[in-house]
Design a protein around this ligand. Structure first.
Ligand SMILES: O=C(O)C(=O)C[C@]1(C(=O)O)C=C[C@@H](O)C=C1
Length: 355
């Protein structure tokens, strides 16, 4: 048994040397590519292609998801040799936005927790951060209004999307009985996402909405007789005990984040395009405006209306379609929609989420 163990470990040691050599060889190639580039070194379209190919080529036993996550980190580390990417996200540390930023840019990216969505936009616009990550919609609770409302006026482009499965946990400083918790902090969306569970398990507790679920965890760590509803990252960051796991009412609860930056990705082969439209206020106007997508075979993956904030009962439509704005059918459809719509702004074309 022990001889067999030694033999297998010897093989792993030898393989580690080869992996190490390969990693550094790869890093040198990435650095050489970096010297040829003008402007932004980060290329999301290339990263998406690399990750898709790795998933296709994977023979196991590691899962496709696992190998893709490993290669995400390898690319993140290779890119950081020149200069780590800076990413502003809705903080404090421990939010799902931080999880999204790290999932997309890898852990060699330097995350900057930022107090509000407005401030994330501002930091990227001013060049204080290379990219920003903002939540745009949750599968249970719908749109994140502020992120959408800032899009029509920003010069930034949408250059990526990140999907994060959202699992909420009830946590407190030290283990305690649920019945002994008089107050629970969380973000209003998280409270809504756990509404049924809280009704059933903490019926008497006061629910207090705070700016983020990481802020909720921070307060639960400091204030006696309180608990927080937040994610695992927040429990780890603030040293809280998880009293009950996965308390979200909808098990497939997922939040979608967009990556914003001063960069327009090239086509990656599987892309999405986000746009904002307004229709004239007459019968059939929205139907007519969207018809070119149908006739050109362009799938719409999202249609969301928001008050325009310009006139009463005037709306903006946030639309996502499949394909890149440079794809022939998408370009033709956008040109036709542009002639019909009262207003059109293409927010960006970007690779569909791989992970
Ligand atoms: O192919 C490139 O453009 C690279 O810079 C290399 C590389 C990689 O490590 O594969 C690194 C960073 C980019 O974001 C994309 C890919």
């Amino acid at each position: 048994m022990s001889a067999e163990l030694d033999r297998l470990r010897e093989q792993i040691d030898q393989l580690n040397v080869r992996i190490l050599e390969s990693l550094n060889e790869r890093a040198k190639l990435a650095r050489a590519i970096g010297t040829l580039k003008v402007g932004q070194a980060y290329r999301p379209e290339r990263e998406a292609q690399v990750l898709r190919r790795i998933k296709e080529q994977n023979q196991g036993p590691l899962s496709d998801e696992t190998v893709a996550l490993l290669f995400r980190e390898i690319m993140s580390a290779c890119l950081a040799i020149e200069r780590p990417i800076t990413v502003a996200y809705l903080g404090p540390k421990g939010t799902f936005s931080e999880t999204a930023a790290m999932k997309h840019f890898g852990h060699a990216g330097v995350g900057t927790p930022t107090p509000s969505i407005d401030e994330v936009y501002r930091k990227v616009q001013s060049g204080e951060a290379d990219f920003g990550v903002v939540p745009v919609e949750n599968s249970t609770e719908g749109a994140v209004g502020r992120s959408l409302d800032l899009m029509p006026n920003t010069p930034l482009k949408v250059c990526g999307e990140v999907l994060i499965p959202i699992h909420h946990h009830l946590m407190s400083k030290g283990k305690r009985e649920l019945a002994s918790i008089p107050r629970v902090f969380s973000h209003s969306q998280s409270l809504a996402q756990c509404h049924e569970w809280l009704n059933a398990n903490l019926p008497g507790a006061e629910r207090i909405a705070v700016a983020s679920n990481a802020e909720a965890a921070r307060r639960a760590a400091e204030e006696p007789d309180t608990a927080a509803v937040a994610g695992e990252a927040a429990a780890l960051h603030y040293g809280l005990d998880v009293l009950s796991s996965n308390i979200e009412d909808e098990p497939n609860n997922t939040t979608r984040f967009l990556v914003l930056g001063d960069y327009e990705p090239m086509p990656s082969g599987k892309d999405k395009t986000s746009l904002v439209l307004s229709a004239n206020n007459r019968a059939g106007a929205v139907y007519e405006m969207l018809t070119p997508f149908a006739t050109r075979g362009v799938s719409m993956t999202k249609f969301e209306s928001r008050p325009s904030r310009v006139a009463l009962w005037d709306y903006l439509f946030f639309v996502d379609i499949e394909g890149h704005r440079d794809d022939a059918n998408v370009a033709a459809a956008l040109a036709e929609v542009g002639k019909i719509a009262g207003y059109i702004k293409v927010l960006g074309s970007y690779p569909a989420a791989v992970l």
